[in-house]
Write a protein of this length. Structure first.
Length: 149
């Protein structure tokens, strides 16, 4: 398996883990909402229900974000070579290596570190469309692109 396929696989695993975690939270909160019974401490009961409701809304937003990530991954074609940075590209620079996909942070593949970033991130926006030899300015640093895969 090549590096790009490995990074892509890691992205898919990340999305599935996030989805499972959020679904577990939703299931747990639904059970808690159903088991909440009116107690003599009425205000305490209402506060508990309101907190659970907020958690459910938050989980709903998180599930939407995970769906967007999944959508992005399924639209990517990592098999197509490209001489410019696009979603699905690995961008090697003199400072770090980037995989333009979804924002999940740093991953190590074959003892090499890659930052898996989205095209909407600040550095992702700068890298998008760039070619080998181009420079970007990020956080006061001029960074040269050594190669794109």
């Amino acid at each position: 398996m090549n590096i790009k396929e490995e990074l892509f696989k890691e992205c898919l695993l990340y999305v599935e883990k996030r989805r499972k975690t959020i679904e577990d939270i939703i299931t747990s909160n639904k059970k808690a909402l159903l088991s909440e019974t009116k107690s003599s401490a009425g205000d305490k009961h209402e506060t508990g229900r309101a907190m659970l409701q907020l958690e459910m809304e938050k989980a709903g937003q998180q599930i939407q974000n995970v769906e967007k990530m999944s959508e992005t991954l399924h639209k990517m074609d990592i098999s197509k070579p490209s001489d410019f940075a696009r979603i699905g590209s690995i961008i090697y620079t003199e400072k770090a290596n980037y995989f333009l996909a979804i924002s999940i942070g740093q991953i190590v593949v074959d003892q090499t570190s890659y930052f898996v970033i989205s095209s909407a991130s600040p550095i992702g926006k700068l890298l998008l469309g760039k070619r080998k030899g181009d420079r970007i300015n990020f956080n006061g640093n001029s960074i040269k692109i050594s190669s794109i895969q």
